[in-house]
Design a protein around this ligand. Structure first.
Ligand SMILES: *Cc1c(COP(=O)(O)O)cnc(C)c1O
Length: 350
């Protein structure tokens, strides 16, 4: 025998390109174009050097309390982690242990399949309809759990609360995870449903609407029972996932509601303009509800547009995958960045 036979060999998630060059116009990984609240910087500066010699609070008490108060739930109903990716991985480990397949859409956040493969969780991908909608009828019958983003990614399509409720009603014996990474850009959260549905776990992130992708903060809201099980799993592999700086930054961000609304509304405004501008260029796509648009062009193949934009220092996301190979996912930038994009498209499509 050889150790190589026993290595866990996995197909990793491939993130969008992260050029470490600040001159590019970066519209490819759904980051927020605005900086975080200035209160976040003050909070980070308030973390004393000497405090860093001590382990952080393993219960993340203040951040959990701040989020719980914000959403009107109990402190014991909030789990925090190093980005939603950490929170979702913990949830997969905690809840998806049956022999039955978990269900998620064929066109969705690519990490679900990566985690399922890594953790040996059986799964079934349910095809979106031709217009990229989630078909609720696919999410019935015996299953090992359900997970999807709302709004979905990369389509930016939002489903109403009643749609999620329908899925929860039909799956009282399955755990349903709703990944609300983009809900703040115009959707209604299902967090208020967690006290009515003991099978619902909702996740959100500070990476998109709170401009803190670089800080890595995500959280989940559910019943005290679900959160308790997640905490036990987390404490079985790393009791100190959240560092002191991230904890302080997170609290400051949630407390500055005014700044949050200001920047979130600016992104929504720019997105609405982008829908009209891109239409004039011959693009079409679903009505976007996230901080990104999912569009296809009437004449020029997506891959060609992607390449031509990149040559001009403008990065958007292109997925070389079945069904969506002629689409681009374009993150909403500042108005200035979007003007640069339109100018380039004018040249490319001329
Ligand atoms: C960005 C994103 C996440 C994860 O975000 P983190 O940066 O890890 O908090 C989760 N789900 C979806 C659908 C996303 O787009």
């Amino acid at each position: 025998m050889n150790f190589r036979e026993y290595i866990r060999k996995v197909e990793p998630y491939v993130p969008g390109e992260q050029p470490q060059n600040s001159r590019v116009v970066k519209l490819n990984t759904n980051e927020n174009p605005y900086p975080p609240s200035p209160e976040v910087l003050k909070a980070i500066e308030g973390v004393s050097l000497v405090s860093l010699k001590l382990y952080p609070d393993p219960d993340c008490t203040l951040l959990r309390h701040t989020l719980a108060a914000h959403f009107g739930v109990g402190d014991d109903q909030v789990f925090v982690g190093v980005g939603t990716d950490d929170v979702l991985a913990t949830a997969f480990m905690t809840f998806f242990n049956s022999d039955r397949p978990i269900l998620f859409p064929d066109i969705s956040y690519a990490f679900y399949e990566v985690w399922a493969n890594m953790l040996g969780i059986p799964f079934e991908k349910k095809p979106l309809t031709d217009d990229f909608r989630i078909n609720a009828d696919d999410y019935t019958g015996e299953n090992g759990g359900i997970v999807f983003p709302n709004p979905n990614a990369p389509t930016s399509i939002l489903e109403p609360v009643s749609f999620i409720e329908g899925i929860l009603d039909r799956n009282r014996d399955s755990l349903v995870i709703i990944d609300e990474a983009y809900i703040d850009f115009g959707g209604e959260s299902v967090i208020p449903l967690v006290n009515r549905y003991d099978n619902l776990l909702v996740t959100q992130t500070f990476s998109k609407s709170r401009s803190l992708a670089g800080m890595r903060i995500g959280f989940a809201v559910g019943s005290p029972e679900l959160i308790g099980y997640m905490m036990s799993v987390r404490n079985s592999y790393n009791s100190y996932t959240m560092n002191r700086t991230a904890l302080a930054a997170g609290v400051a961000s949630v407390r500055d509601q005014e700044y949050f609304e200001k920047t979130r509304n600016a992104v929504i405004r720019t997105r609405q303009q982008a829908v009209l501008r891109l239409k004039e260029f011959g693009f079409s796509g679903p009505e976007p509800a996230g901080n990104f648009l999912f569009v296809t062009h009437e004449k020029m193949p997506a891959r060609e547009i992607f390449t031509a934009l990149k040559e001009r220092g403008i990065y958007v996301r292109y997925f070389n995958k079945p069904r969506i190979g002629n689409y681009l996912r374009i993150t909403v930038g500042t108005d200035e960045e979007m003007e640069t994009l339109y100018e380039a498209l004018g040249e490319i499509l001329a």
